[in-house]
Write a protein that binds this ligand. Structure first.
Ligand SMILES: *Cc1c(COP(=O)(O)O)cnc(C)c1O
Length: 385
């Protein structure tokens, strides 16, 4: 066994490209130096297309939850009434953050493993004109569902003046996000998922509507005050010391995305999803989500005749490969395979090959190679440039 080798196939943190690792090792610079300003200036135009916005994207030092909390503190006030669409563990996190700030929360609960139907949201908002913001999760990482945020944005806008706030932590950079065109007001993400970096950067992009609402909010907190960050960005600087090494890495990660081409990045993620799903279909192991609701960044599998936790243990012990378990009430019932960021069709074939060995080891009768062959066929049909 190679003790220095690990295979990380969880839905974040994700593997780091070697060139990004090298970039992060660059010598430290002053946070008020021209080098830092140049870096911030270079990053913005590469970041904006990933959010689909012409607005400057605020970068905070913090994990993805910092971006979620910043969105809540700035865009909503205590005693405001909001709607949170809960399709899994991360929708529930928005509820918890809002509660922590004394915000009055309504919830639309969707069965875990399914996407929200925008019609349900319209139905709710028609009877709740007081709602000042609607929260949704783009990719619900706990179930592998991709919620239809474009349709949701249109639906919300047709009946409500509320802001539309989207958690895109586990998919922005891996799936299309056109916040300006679709009408998303706040779109947030973190660095350690599709953006191929370690945890530590939190991103918040805001529409003009959101900016106005935030400016009018007198209590935006201190560290998370997004107006401070936006004002500083106009001068290519930040209110507090940025996580500089991560920014070095971010610039290189964005270069890689630019080099591949954003559309090709999205196509690759969709191919990785289809290869992964076809393998489990071929092995006749049920998936948690339907093909229509599935996210290109993570796949949740729901075994019926073998133990998910024992299966994960075999992969870890035999190959030092990590896949994720279930969260909340799905703990022990599902496992999740991440295929976002620095992940290629070759990686998926490796994953499926190892999955098949682990299946045999936990006593699941399968025909070796069946999953791999299905994924190979998808690759050959769809290919990649
Ligand atoms: C990973 C993730 C987060 C943020 O988690 P952190 O541990 O704070 O980085 C938030 N939302 C979703 C959908 C996620 O997948």
């Amino acid at each position: 066994m190679l003790f220095d080798q690990t295979i990380l196939r969880i839905p974040g943190p994700t593997p780091i490209p070697p060139s990004v690792e090298r970039a992060m090792n660059a010598p430290m610079v002053g946070h008020r130096s021209s080098e830092t300003s140049d870096l911030i200036r270079a990053i913005q135009p590469k970041l904006q297309p990933i959010f689909g916005t012409n607005q400057d994207v605020v970068i905070l030092a913090g994990s993805g939850t910092a971006a979620l909390e910043a969105a809540v503190v700035n865009a909503v006030r205590p005693l405001d009434e909001v709607l949170v669409i809960v399709t899994g563990a991360f929708g529930a996190r928005f509820v918890d953050i809002c509660m922590a700030y004394g915000i009055r929360v309504h919830q639309l609960q969707v069965a875990w493993g399914k996407a929200i139907d925008p019609k349900e949201v319209i139905g709710f908002l028609e009877h709740h004109k007081e709602i000042s913001a609607v929260f949704a999760t783009y990719c619900e990482t706990s179930t592998g569902v991709l919620n239809p945020v474009e349709e949701l944005a249109k639906a919300i806008r047709s009946v409500s003046d509320g802001l539309f706030i989207v958690d895109g932590v586990s998919c922005v950079g891996g799936v299309p996000a056109k916040m300006d065109e679709w009408g998303i007001d706040l779109l947030v993400t973190g660095s350690q998922k599709a953006l191929m970096l370690p945890a530590g950067l939190a991103f918040v992009a805001m529409s003009n509507r959101a900016l106005k609402r935030i400016q009018a909010n007198p209590n935006r907190g201190f560290y998370f005050d997004l107006i401070k960050y936006r004002t500083n960005l106009e001068n290519n600087t930040t209110p507090f010391t940025p996580a500089l090494s991560l920014l070095f890495g971010l610039e290189q990660a964005l270069n890689l995305i630019e080099q591949e081409g954003l559309e090709n990045v999205y196509r690759r993620h969709s191919l990785l999803m289809d290869m992964t799903r076809s393998a489990f279909h071929a092995l006749q192991i049920p998936l948690l989500t339907s093909d229509e609701d599935a996210s290109p960044t993570v796949t949740a599998v729901r075994p019926v005749d073998f133990d998910a936790e024992e299966f994960r243990k075999v992969l870890k012990q035999e190959f030092r490969m990590s896949i994720a378990g279930g969260q909340g009430h799905l703990k022990g019932d599902i496992f999740r395979i991440g295929h976002m960021g620095y992940c290629s069709p070759a990686d998926v074939l490796q994953t499926i090959g190892l999955v098949e060995i682990a299946l045999v080891k936990v006593g699941k009768p399968i025909e070796l190679g069946k999953g791999v062959a299905a994924a190979q066929r998808i690759y050959l049909e769809r290919g990649m440039k």
